[in-house]
Design a protein around this ligand. Structure first.
Ligand SMILES: Nc1ncnc2c1ncn2[C@@H]1O[C@H](COP(=O)(O)OP(=O)(O)OP(=O)(O)O)[C@@H](O)[C@H]1O
Length: 298
């Protein structure tokens, strides 16, 4: 197992001291008659890794979208370091929150290095379009950025792939590149949406080390993940969403032992697990979630 190299924070944003980084109060998101997120409160403090778990359709990604300005919550407020956040995604990034997506969103025909440079646009005077068009002004102004981008590629273990097109990277490395690009905006809080989806156990362990290294360089992390081992190994606190509402929040031990969480998500205790001889008993919790995810029908 390789440990990511250390990374110096480039701005005060990532290096800032104690306190609450993120505060979400009463966040509700309705789509017509469907309430996807209902009155969710959540805080993330400096130096924390917080997990957000729940069955498919529980509202986790919708909640992330409310935090990052992709959705304007129907009700509730979101603050970053005590300041109410703008509803525009690029201003949220500029304030200090970066994210990755469940479905990878890279610039497939740009190189690995260029993808990270695009991620730096909120920290440079050059705009996004200038970065995308890569004119002479961009190249000159971005020399410092290129240095930082290379540090980030070293940090995520992708430096040797700097000139490869993003679309040619294996899946696990594309996920790492998304993280490197998110870090390029020097966030104080990084939101990861299913960072290990599709990864093998070795890649998952490497991602776990990477998240710990990100925290060590001063960025708090809020992570959505279905891999419970990953979540319970990594997180200082875990919040459980079920049907849009926060059911429980606490340490890994508290959450794993909570009977409501076991019933709604983690699955029934071993003794109560339905057996082949008991075909009429419906599958619950994680088993049902797995089945739904794989498209199996009962
Ligand atoms: N833009 C939208 N318009 C209408 N309904 C939406 C929209 N986005 C999400 N939903 C609905 O909101 C609910 C919550 O979805 P969301 O994707 O947030 O769940 P999730 O917990 O992230 O699920 P998963 O683990 O499968 O990613 C679902 O019923 C979904 O269909």
């Amino acid at each position: 197992m390789t440990t990511p190299p250390t990374l110096a924070p480039a701005t005060d944003n990532a290096a800032a001291g104690d306190g609450t980084v993120l505060q979400a109060d009463g966040v509700t998101m309705r789509f017509g008659g469907l309430t996807a997120v209902r009155g969710v409160d959540l805080t993330v403090n400096t130096g924390e890794i917080v997990g957000l778990i729940g069955p498919n359709g529980a509202g986790k990604t919708t909640f992330f979208n409310c935090l990052t300005g992709l959705y304007v919550p129907t009700e509730g407020t979101v603050s970053y370091r005590g300041t109410r956040l703008s509803r525009k995604p690029h201003l949220v990034t500029q304030a200090g929150i970066a994210r990755t997506f469940q479905n990878i969103r890279l610039f497939a025909n740009m190189t690995v290095l260029e993808n990270v440079l695009v991620g730096r646009h909120t920290r440079t005077k050059e705009g996004l379009w200038s970065a995308l068009l890569r004119g002479p002004g961009f190249k000159k102004a971005e020399r410092g950025s290129e240095e930082r981008a290379m540090e980030l590629l070293e940090f995520t273990g992708l430096a040797h792939k700097r000139d490869h097109l993003a679309r040619n990277l294996p899946y696990g490395e594309q996920r790492k590149l998304e993280i490197a690009r998110a870090l390029a905006s020097e966030p104080g809080l990084l939101l990861l949406d299913e960072p290990t989806a599709g990864m093998n156990p070795q890649e998952t362990r490497a991602t776990q080390d990477l998240v710990l290294a990100i925290r060590a360089q001063g960025t708090a992390v809020l992570v959505i993940e279905h891999d419970m081992r990953f979540i319970f190994n990594l997180c200082d606190r875990v919040a459980v969403l079920v049907q849009g509402q926060k059911l429980v929040e606490g340490t890994a031990d508290v959450v794993q032992a909570d009977e409501r969480v076991i019933a709604a998500y983690l699955g029934t205790p071993v003794d109560d697990t339905p057996t082949a001889a008991d075909p009429d008993t419906p599958a619950t919790g994680a088993a049902a979630a797995e089945s739904a995810e794989s498209g199996d029908t009962p």
